[in-house]
Design a protein around this ligand. Structure first.
Ligand code: HEC
Length: 125
């Protein structure tokens, strides 16, 4: 290969790597800013429905499958917010049991909504 061919090859490779970078960034911006509305997140209107549909089959007060961890009322949910077990379990980051147990990870937007509620003080609102 002569120098000119090598130069063309390098140029082509760099164009491909720049375009893939750009694509990754665009995708990230899309998931963070467009696809997920994290405004006006309240315990009663957003968090309770998420927990009821994904968690309380096992962690509801009458369910026997949640190892005694109750997530169907504010006071006992708050315990697992304060000790970070709840957020770590749904982030599946290796510091708590992965939740929902036996199911697929919650989608990124659902996790961001719970996280937004926690960051605003995890109020009983
Ligand atoms: C199929 C039943 C089931 C479902 C669904 C489920 N859990 Fe669990 N969860 C368990 C069991 C059982 C444990 C006890 C630990 C273990 O066995 O991994 C547990 C443990 C936990 C813990 C304590 C983790 C730790 O390491 O201390 C938290 C917090 C938790 N679950 C939250 C959730 C949340 C939030 C959801 C919904 C997104 C959920 N769980 C869905 C069964 C379930």
């Amino acid at each position: 290969m002569n120098m000119k061919k090598i130069a063309i090859l390098l140029f082509t490779l760099s164009v491909f790597s720049f375009s893939s970078c750009y694509y990754d960034k665009a995708e990230l911006i899309y998931t963070q800013n467009v696809a997920c509305d994290t405004t006006n997140i309240k315990y009663s209107t957003v968090v309770v429905p998420i927990l009821n549909s994904n968690c309380n089959g096992c962690h509801g007060g009458n369910a026997a499958m949640g190892a005694g961890i109750i997530l169907d009322n504010y006071a006992s949910t708050k315990v697992y917010i304060d000790n970070k077990r709840l957020i770590n379990s749904i982030l599946q980051n290796g510091t708590a049991s992965n939740m929902p147990k036996g199911g697929s990870k919650l989608d990124a937007c659902t996790i961001r909504k719970i996280n937004a509620w926690i960051n605003q003080g995890a109020l009983n609102n």
